[in-house]
Design a protein around this ligand. Structure first.
Ligand code: ADP
Length: 483
């Protein structure tokens, strides 16, 4: 069976594979915390290193300042060479510079010996003389600077000078970048391990979907008996259940199409076989009397008529199948008038079979219908009621309506339909009694045409019947057709 679907199939423009999506999600969810944590740790490591370096410089400067206070460094002449030396050693230790400014803002000592004798009235010096110790870090040039007071003597705590120390943190930055590099390597390792893990995990998660796809591919090749079942996840279970349901419906459609084709061939062959038998037997007879010829030719003509009726009915059905409701010629029709016309046409047939045909109209009804099609649908019901009746029986047709629908009831006193066959009588070519149907010129398509027309009018058809007592078909059609 060819399952190719005609028309535009829905295909998203950019289809990303589920596996890739899973991998990306896992990577982002797995790696993001690691990266964020890495960044936070690198930042706080940097802060800690610089902080402790500044603390250390400050401690050393305080020790030096205390020593200078005790030695009266600011006023002694010449200055203590030991303290100058210690100052140079400490400045060297921090790869920085120490400058001492006295009360007159004059620089009296400089480890770089560049500005001795010059005046320094910088903000930090003034603030330090006012009792505010300052300490700051220049993150662009990578150095810290601080101002530490030097007192005139240990008791009075009078600020007699300021020590300005700058210390480079370049060496720390090297250490930080070294650690960052190691961190990057670690991240890379974690990333690769995670990627590998995620790759296998995604494959594992996708396994049931791939199984489902394989089964679907087999079904698409035409194997409608394939049982699509993937029970691994709730989602795959739901998908496979829906697919199985669709396959079941497809199978039913396929089967009914096959049945229909074989029924059509059979039905079309039957009259032709009869014609052939009649013609062959005529030809086989030598000097057959004219009456026999006439009789056989009339039988042949009857069979041709039957064949043509089957073809007509089939064409009616096929046309309705194609349009499926879209091709109704809806107009406001007086249903009472329509019924009268049908009955007028059928009365001679009923008379021939000695069946009493009556019509009761409970109210005047006008509705939106396709006159031709509805007339065909109702005729079929009434013809059947006459055909499958008993000698001296009756057919009562009633027309009634409420504010929404009109109802046509066709009741007969005929042979009835056994309960087990009732649900099948609307199927194509279904006949309860094949011989009787053929005898009365039935094609087995009448009720399926009627049902189709009623459904096209958004109506419903109901059957009540008891074998040997009669049948009642009730048709309900909306007064207004909503397209
Ligand atoms: P047919 O051309 O054989 O009449 P229909 O589709 O009209 O085909 O009807 C299907 C079958 O339903 C008939 O063959 C007959 O057996 C049964 N049937 C239909 N209408 C009646 C009825 N009013 N009373 C009894 N049997 C009926």
């Amino acid at each position: 069976m060819n399952l190719e679907v005609q028309g535009k199939a829905f295909r998203p423009r950019y289809a990303i594979s589920l596996r890739l999506t899973l991998i990306l999600i896992f990577m982002v969810v797995g790696m993001l915390p690691v990266l964020i944590q890495g960044q936070v740790m690198a930042g706080s490591y940097r802060q800690n290193l610089i902080g402790s370096r500044m603390q250390e410089v400050q401690n050393q400067c305080w020790i030096l300042s205390n020593k200078m206070t005790r030695a009266g460094y600011l006023t002694m002449e010449p200055r203590d060479a030991l303290l100058d030396n210690e100052m140079a050693v400490k400045a060297g230790m921090f790869n920085g510079r120490i400058v001492v400014v006295n009360r007159n803002f004059r620089i009296i000592s400089d480890t770089f010996s560049l500005s001795v004798g010059k005046i320094n009235v910088s903000e930090e010096v003034i603030r330090c003389f006012n009792g505010e110790n300052s300490s700051k870090y220049n993150s662009e040039k990578h150095y810290s600077a601080m101002a530490i007071p030097i007192y005139s003597n240990s008791q009075e705590k009078e600020i007699a000078g300021v020590m300005i120390a700058t210390a480079s943190t370049e060496d720390l930055l090297d250490r930080i970048s070294d650690v960052t590099e190691k961190g990057m390597f670690l991240h890379l390792m974690i990333f690769s391990t995670l990627a590998l893990l995620v790759f296998f995990l995604a494959a594992l998660i996708m396994k049931p979907f791939r199984g489902l796809q394989r089964m679907l591919d087999r079904a698409a090749e035409g194997n409608l008996d394939e049982d699509i079942s993937s029970r691994a996840y709730k989602e795959t279970r739901q998908i496979s259940d829906s697919i199985n349901l669709t396959l079941k419906k497809l199978k039913a459609v396929d089967q009914s199409r096959e049945e229909f084709v074989s029924n059509v061939s059979h039905e079309l062959k039957t009259p032709i076989t009869s014609i052939r038998v009649l013609a062959d037997s005529l030809m086989g007879m030598e000097d057959a009397p004219t009456e026999l010829y006439r009789e056989f030719m009339s039988d042949i003509s009857y069979e041709i008529e039957r064949e043509s009726k089957i073809i007509d009915d089939l064409l009616t059905l096929v046309r309705m199948d194609k349009t499926s409701g879209g091709n109704l010629n809806i107009a406001q029709v007086n249903i009472n008038g329509l019924m009268e016309l049908i009955l007028k046409r059928l009365r001679p047939i009923a008379g021939k079979r000695n069946v009493e045909l009556t019509f009761e109209s409970i109210r005047e009804v006008t509705a939106d219908v396709d006159e031709m099609k509805l007339s065909l649908a109702l005729s079929n019901l009434m013809e059947n009621a006459i055909k499958y009746n008993v000698e001296g029986g009756w057919v009562r047709v009633t027309l009634d309506a409420d504010h929404k629908f009109f109802y046509v009831k066709v009741a007969d006193s005929g042979i009835g339909i056994p309960e087990e066959f009732q649900e099948h009588v609307f199927e194509r070519f279904y006949r309860v009694d094949k011989a009787r149907s053929r005898e009365t010129g039935g094609t087995g398509l009448g009720l399926s045409i009627t049902k189709k027309i009623v459904l096209m009018h958004q109506g419903a058809i109901k059957l009540q019947s008891k074998e040997g007592e009669g049948s009642t078909f009730t048709v309900r059609i909306p007064l207004t057709y909503i397209s």
